[in-house]
Design a protein around this ligand. Structure first.
Ligand code: AMP
Length: 280
């Protein structure tokens, strides 16, 4: 497995692969890898001749400085896991390599980034779009793999690819969960034992939402779930939304859309966790 820190080395290596007409699968990550990330790698390995993974904690997608500083990092562990998973190449650039100068690009994603994560993390998706676009230009993958755990991010990436007419297939991958239902996340490592114990309640609330989908009025259900989570110790809901799975706009009646997803962001102590579940 090759590990590169520069864009030039990465491009040089991939140029050879392209000349040999190898298909390239790409998995962008911020490291501190877990089974969720590795499942994306597995899908990429099945579909492609060569698999590249990037490990880069993208500073411009963090709207909260503390969150960036506390973001878990484990370069040695990540390298071992990716080698074992059969990855061909890791791109692990220092910040200066990705951002030699101040970024000013402003994307317009219409209403897609005005809700949920976009509303509570201003600038977040612009930062995501900038880094993903840069990474796509460096790697030029045939396929890129993204987790449905970050449901809104996936919608933004699809829109970015459509708008910019990029020649890459976006492959959505299912959410990987712990045995107790908690969606795997690098941030879970920051939970205390007590916080970790209550964290699966987010998943339980989503399951309950799915159970009552189409039966209880949407606003009532959202309020009920928000209330339930908020009375759980250590927990504070930032949003609990029921939205159209394509437009991501909140719906108020079950008949408004055929593809509906429930999305939540919940603080467990200081750790902000997100999760979602398709209802229809
Ligand atoms: P991150 O390192 O958090 O930027 O995540 C990198 C990629 O892994 C993104 O496409 C995420 O959606 C995906 N991912 C993170 N956690 C999970 C999970 N539990 N299940 C599936 N995909 C995930």
């Amino acid at each position: 497995m090759k590990v590169f820190e520069t864009i030039n080395d990465t491009k040089r290596y991939l140029k050879q692969a392209k000349e040999q007409r190898k298909s390239i699968g790409f998995v962008p990550t911020m490291g501190a890898l877990h089974q969720g990330h590795l499942s994306l790698v597995d899908y990429a390995c099945k579909d492609n001749d060569l698999v590249a993974v990037s490990v880069f904690v993208n500073p411009i997608q963090f709207n909260n400085k503390q969150d960036l500083e506390k973001y878990p990092r484990d370069i040695v562990g990540d390298t071992k896991k990716l080698e074992k998973a059969g990855v061909d190449m890791i791109f692990m650039p220092p910040e200066q390599e990705m951002y030699p100068e101040h970024e000013t690009t402003q994307y317009d994603f219409g209403q897609l980034d005005k809700v949920m994560e976009g509303r509570f993390r201003p600038g977040h998706f612009n930062g995501v779009a900038i880094v993903v676009r840069k990474l796509f230009e460096i790697i030029e993958p045939d396929r890129a793999y993204f987790g449905q755990k970050d449901f809104q991010q996936l919608a933004i990436i699809k829109e970015l690819v459509r708008k910019e007419q990029m020649n890459v297939e976006i492959v959505p991958c299912p959410i990987v969960r712990e045995d107790d239902g908690l969606a795997m996340s690098s941030r879970n490592a920051r939970l205390t034992r007590e916080q970790r114990e209550v964290a699966p309640d987010i998943y339980k609330a989503l399951l309950e939402t799915r159970h009552y989908a189409g039966k209880k009025p949407i606003n009532e259900l959202k309020k009920e779930m928000t209330g339930k989570l908020n009375i759980t110790s250590h927990m504070e809901v930032e949003y609990f939304e029921i939205v159209d799975a394509n437009t991501l706009q909140p719906i108020h009646d079950w008949t408004e859309s055929e593809n509906i997803v429930a999305c939540a962001a919940v603080f467990v102590g200081e750790v902000r966790l997100i999760d979602n579940m398709m209802l229809f």
